[in-house]
Design a protein around this ligand. Structure first.
Ligand SMILES: [Zn+2]
Length: 231
């Protein structure tokens, strides 16, 4: 998928889901088995530019999974839920945060879906990034393969090997962290401190636009001419 720039700069990153509490995998499997989304998993090419503006706060990068083998060191057993729209417009492709009850994307009939956000340490870029996990529960989807591996974290440090094997399928493996490997301890600690302070939020890895900005996307503007059932 080509790397397409959104038509406008990001704004209000993370505002929508700051109140969302993460799911805790240690509370049992049923806590994360309730959703049954079967959307194609596409860790899309989203804008990862860092913004330090006071409105949006610092943004986290997305951990992208593609046909190349990627490594990730998980350190949390929590998944942050986020309501998103997957846009496949010519002018904008990727996951965009839903703006809630008065969301323009909802108003033009774009389906909102649930995503789960998992912070992981990427030992290649030496940074904490956010893995986007859909609710899909097929055995070859991401989440059913991740959950049992994350549960091992209470007993041991592991690293994950992740690779997309088709548009919908993933190969995910977990192994004990080799002795002497970079475990990201210091960078992870810094991330956890900022998370606890509320200085950063996993949802900042998603694109979030104000309704006025969304209404200005050509495809949305065209759809708005036809009104919506709410009007
Ligand atoms: Zn919406």
């Amino acid at each position: 998928m080509p790397d397409q720039k959104p038509p406008h700069g990001p704004c209000q990153a993370g505002q929508n889901s700051d109140a969302e509490l993460p799911l805790d995998l240690e509370q049992g499997a049923e806590a994360v088995e309730e959703s049954s989304l079967a959307e194609p998993i596409d860790v899309s090419e989203l804008d990862n530019e860092v913004s330090d503006s006071p409105e949006s706060g610092p943004r986290l990068a997305q951990f992208r999974i593609d046909r190349n083998r990627r490594f990730a060191i998980p350190f949390l057993t929590k998944l942050w839920p986020a309501k998103v729209h997957y846009l496949s417009y010519e002018s904008l492709r990727g996951y965009v945060g839903c703006n809630g009850p008065d969301c323009v994307l909802c108003a033009v009939g774009q389906a909102a879906t649930d995503l789960y956000l998992l912070p992981v340490y990427d030992p290649i870029t030496r940074s904490v990034q956010i893995m986007l996990v859909t609710g899909a529960l097929r055995p070859t989807a991401l989440r059913p393969q991740l959950v049992p591996l994350l549960k091992r974290l209470s007993k041991e440090r592991i690293f994950l090997t992740l690779q997309k094997t088709s548009q919908l399928d993933f190969a995910v493996h977990g192994q004990a962290l080799p002795a002497g490997a970079d475990d990201g301890a210091e960078i992870i600690r810094g991330f956890l401190d900022r998370l606890e302070e509320g200085a950063i939020h996993p949802s900042s890895a998603l694109l979030q636009y104000a309704n006025e900005v969304l209404a200005d996307i050509p495809e949305v503007r065209n759809a708005l001419h036809f009104g919506s059932p709410q009007e």
